[in-house]
Design a protein around this ligand. Structure first.
Ligand SMILES: Cc1cc2nc3c(=O)[nH]c(=O)nc-3n(C[C@H](O)[C@H](O)[C@H](O)COP(=O)(O)O)c2cc1C
Length: 209
């Protein structure tokens, strides 16, 4: 599908068809778009939890302010971002670069030192905001990839963060829920699918200099 057609067809689904499941092939392709996402300094300060079991989805329903998507979706992706980036995490990242690109670890020292310095200068709140921003790049790519795979989505940040973290057994000192994405197929009677898109006109959105 042409990508603009896919973006026009995409909308934030309020009600999915609970009888339709996303195939594992489509899911894999969509997740690959997340894996290939760009991130600041390449640090990927996040991970994705893919909720597919009906029992776990059921448990998560009370954590959302719009529960209709959670009770009807095929999969729910929870993007979890890191609360802090320590030297160990940075060290592992550089070992990974060294192995993947087959370059000596020492040759990466200048880059590693500059990253460590940069991260150390951020206070914990800034690290959380920075990591959160990276999660939203993943979110955008997931939504775009899903649209191209003809899979419908609804991005959701209307949730009780503490409750999701408790249900998923996350350690709030280490990571937090950034944003979530419900996946599935639009229900025939979801009224939102026929509504026109409300978007700023070009002259309010773009400035050419
Ligand atoms: C980061 C983010 C969080 C959102 N959270 C919710 C949400 O919690 N519940 C919901 O029904 N829609 C949510 N939306 C959907 C927006 O309301 C929707 O994208 C916007 O109104 C534009 O409509 P469209 O996506 O249907 O084109 C969210 C969208 C984004 C990008």
């Amino acid at each position: 599908m042409n990508y603009l057609d896919a973006l026009n067809k995409r909308y934030s689904v309020k009600k999915f068809d609970p009888k339709k499941a996303v195939s594992s092939d489509a899911l894999y392709h969509i997740l690959e778009a997340a894996r290939l996402s760009a991130s600041s300094l390449g640090l990927q300060p996040y991970r994705l939890i893919i909720v597919q079991s009906p029992e776990m989805k059921e448990k998560l329903i009370p954590a959302f302010y719009n529960p209709s998507q959670i009770s009807t979706c095929s999969h729910l992706i929870v993007i979890v971002s890191k609360n802090n980036i320590g030297n160990e995490y940075i060290g592992n990242y550089f070992s990974h670069i060294s192995e993947t690109r087959e370059v000596p670890l020492e040759s990466l020292n200048p880059f590693r030192d500059s990253i460590s310095k940069h991260i150390q200068h951020l206070d914990p709140k800034e690290v959380m905001i920075w990591a959160d921003k990276q999660s939203y790049i993943v979110l955008g790519n997931l939504m775009f990839a899903a649209a191209l795979e003809n899979v419908d989505t609804c991005p959701m940040e209307g949730f009780k963060q503490d409750l999701i973290e408790e249900i998923l057994g996350l350690n709030p000192e280490k990571e937090k829920v950034s944003v979530t994405l419900a996946l599935g197929f639009r229900a025939e009677d979801d009224a939102f699918q026929t509504m026109k898109k409300v978007r700023k006109p070009d002259d309010k959105l773009f400035k050419f200099l």
